[in-house]
Write a protein that binds this ligand. Sequence first.
Ligand SMILES: Cc1ncc(COP(=O)(O)O)c(C=O)c1O
Length: 371
Amino acid sequence: MSDEPLLLTPGPLTTSKATKEAMLRDWGSRDAQFIELTATVCQKLEAIAGADQNTRSHVCVPIQGSGTFAVEATIDTLVPRDGKVLALINGAYGQRIAKICEVKGRAFVTLETAEDTPPEADLVAVRLKDDPAITHVAAVHCETTSGILNPIAEIATVVAEAGRQLIIDAMSTFGALPLSVGEIKCAAIVASANKCLEGVPGVGFAIIKQSELAASAGNASSVSLDLYDQWQYLEKTDQWRFTPPTHVLAALDQALIEHEREGGVEGRGNRYHENCQTLMHGMQELGFKSYLPDILQAPIIVTFLPPDDANFKFDKFYAKLQDRGFAIYPGKLTKVDSFRIGCIGHITRSNIENAVEAVAAAIEEIGVTLK
Ligand SMILES: Cc1ncc(COP(=O)(O)O)c(C=O)c1O
């Protein structure tokens, strides 16, 4: 296992040994222990989202698949067929929300800003005032395309004031940055197991306002992505509707124990913040420039600009880092050449320090001069 590279990416990520080991058992989907495990995981996810455990103001509905499955399922379930979505876009995941609306046949409009520019809550308020047909706003918390942190609290305030519903794609922040449904009014927070929760890929979930979910019967245009139906079946039988990702759930259960042990959202967020600071300082010392100003940077993934040297080729750089035990990620910006290094997963500051040393060695080996 020690020759596996550390994954400094937006996910899947490096997980702990205990999380991997939690998968060394075959669970039957009807086993009482697996049923118990599903309930425990859902309760813990609700607690992380700040849901009131007594009133169950918001409930967790898990869904098989990657994060996009959960985003698509949430939009398809919560937005009525005659509803209309305002999608806030400043990167690929905002674009994906618009694509989901298009394919699902939901009316939608977009408010698009540049990839280094967060949406302004005031402009959202204007759009909502001007277009009474908009029923839902969909926003991305950290747009992982660049690593930018969007002002979700401000957006939530104007959406609630306008009497509309907010769907938050918190895929890359859930469990590491505070996002509590007690403070941030929203219909749903969507995330997956394999990012800041440090589980393995294969399950997503939405923490949904129960009153919205209860009113959503018949909205979905898909059988497998109908979260109302998934919720109802779980409520009635304690079981998943279709084959559950048993091993993935067992790993998530272990990952959540470790999340709690680390001090929950605050503890996890502090480690990622330290990782991010170490990465940014180290890379700056080497002469790299990050794409975003510090104030907009979420402690999740950092986009760097490539050195201004013809010898720099991402594939070569990537291979040299891989040889040294680190997997990084290509850029995803539409207009600027870039690459990304993640700060999340089961990694510490000293791993990041080693990664920066590996970057220095890789750069030298491929004959690139910085500064
Ligand atoms: C903000 C955001 N939304 C959605 C997704 C899509 O998740 P997946 O690739 O697991 O489908 C990602 C993945 O990185 C993401 O960062």
